[in-house]
Design a protein. Structure first.
Length: 465
């Protein structure tokens, strides 16, 4: 007989038993050594399954099983990491005596947690770099907190026809005495960060999404790409055109909210109080305000619709055109050739393509949509040329000579930068009143893992170990 050598186990008996069994504790939180709790929560005094069976199932799991065997230390680290990142807790929470007492996770140090988060961050960067297509867009905006100015950068691209916006970086631009917040500084940061962290060049970017400010317009001009995302700003300007009055002491989110709040309070005000009535508008003014309020309802509905995640450039153009039809003076702010629009040819070209009118594009629109062209292959026509007439053969030859052009990603280009607003709301809560001592690198790491949560799991944590 040939004696077969038993393969060496990748895990010790202590690791295997520790994965499947936990010590039981009494009401005083003391360990009961006679009993152990299995993962199915059934107390038992002995292990019913032999170690060889556990090894066999682990080996099968690593060779095609649906659930891979992950080490207990990895699951423990992953549990602390997910708990702290998703619940917006300080890193020192893992060292809290109260947290350790009321959790089943094994204690770890803050240094171990930080090292694990740094490793997962690098792994997520590699996953995003592998997923980035050859051509993509970027979305960015700035946020100032406690005299520190941060700039967040998101990538915009399609995966199976669905828009994906992973966070690329969030870092302060001013690190040296001669640094500034100009468009050139933004350009240099992006040109350095993309090849260093993701292996792509700034020339591969084909559009920029951001607010319509002078710095963003200059950056788009430096990159020679169109700037998208002026929808929200244009709508705000249209609302301001209907302003009844402005006050520095009362901060309403919009003119609509101010007028709506006024009419909600009006019915509860005492009409016999002369002091109050002297401050209120006259009945004729109230009549004009009610007419204004009806018009502002339409503007408000568009402003709320712009916050949606499934809005495209065609939707925005149709909504703005309807508002212009109701109030022609809105054309100054919402028209396709308005001053707020950085790249009118690009936006009008996108709208034509999304409407199915790409054969009616102007030369300027075709030129600006060049980076989005996707050449489609001609269908193989099996018809015999001998049976075709002379004119039909000429038409077929001309049809095959013409390029069959289609455009990609135009449907999923974000018309606004609302992703940035939601992200900075999370950043503001993460910083909080008690966490101003966070270093910019630590804050970026926490927000990076939270925003890119779909890119890491327990297997990612296991790979860094």
């Amino acid at each position: 007989m040939v004696r077969a050598n038993r393969p060496a186990s990748a895990f010790t008996n202590a690791e295997i038993s520790g994965f499947y069994f936990r010590p039981c504790r009494d009401e005083y939180d003391e360990v009961v050594f006679e009993y152990f709790r299995t993962r199915t929560a059934r107390p038992s005094k002995f292990i019913k399954e032999p170690v060889s069976a556990v090894d066999a199932r682990r080996n099968n799991g690593r060779h095609g099983s649906l659930m891979n065997f992950v080490r207990h230390s990895t699951i423990n680290l992953y549990g602390w990491m997910e708990w702290i990142v998703q619940s917006n807790l300080p890193l020192a929470f893992c060292e809290s005596r109260t947290a350790r007492r009321y959790t089943n996770l094994d204690p770890i140090s803050m240094e171990t947690l930080r090292a694990g988060m740094e490793g997962v961050t690098r792994e997520v960067e590699r996953k995003i770099a592998a997923e980035l297509p050859a051509r993509f867009g970027v979305m960015f905006d700035g946020w100032t907190h406690a005299s520190e100015h941060y700039v967040a950068w998101f990538a915009c691209y399609e995966v199976n026809g669905v828009l994906v916006t992973p966070l690329l970086a969030m870092a302060p631009l001013i690190n040296e005495p001669d640094d500034n917040l100009s468009a050139r500084s933004h350009y240099e940061f992006l040109a350095t960060m993309l090849p260093r962290d993701y292996g792509v060049q700034i020339d591969q970017c084909r559009f920029v999404v951001g607010d319509n400010c002078s710095v963003n317009r200059s950056l788009a001009t430096l990159m020679r790409v169109p700037l998208v995302g002026s929808g929200t700003g244009a709508d705000d300007q249209a609302e301001d055109a209907h302003s009844v009055y402005k006050t520095a002491t009362t901060r309403w989110s919009s003119t609509f909210d101010m007028v709506k709040r006024y009419f909600e309070l009006l019915e509860f005000l005492d009409a016999d109080d002369d002091d109050i009535m002297e401050l209120l508008p006259s009945p004729a003014s109230n009549k004009r305000l009610r007419a204004l309020f009806k018009e502002l309802k339409d503007v408000e509905s568009v402003a709320k619709a712009l916050q949606g995640r499934d809005t495209d450039l065609l939707d925005v153009r149709q909504w703005f055109d309807e508002l212009i039809a109701l109030k022609p003076k809105f054309a100054t702010y919402l028209g396709p050739q308005a001053e707020i629009v950085h790249s009118p040819d690009f936006e009008s070209g996108c709208v034509r393509v999304l409407r199915g009118l790409q054969d009616r594009l102007t030369r300027a629109e075709e030129a600006v949509l060049g980076p989005f062209v996707r050449l489609a292959e001609h269908t193989d026509e099996d018809s015999d040329d001998d049976v075709l007439s002379f004119v039909e053969r000429l038409r077929k030859r001309r049809r095959l000579a013409e390029p069959n052009v289609s455009y990609e990603q135009l449907k999923t280009i974000p018309p606004t930068s609302n992703v940035m607003e939601r992200f900075f709301s999370v950043a503001r809560v993460t910083f909080g009143q008690q966490r101003h001592g966070l270093l910019p690198a630590t804050l970026e790491m926490i927000l990076f893992l939270r925003e890119n949560r779909c890119y890491w799991d327990s297997s990612t944590v296991d790979s860094i170990n």
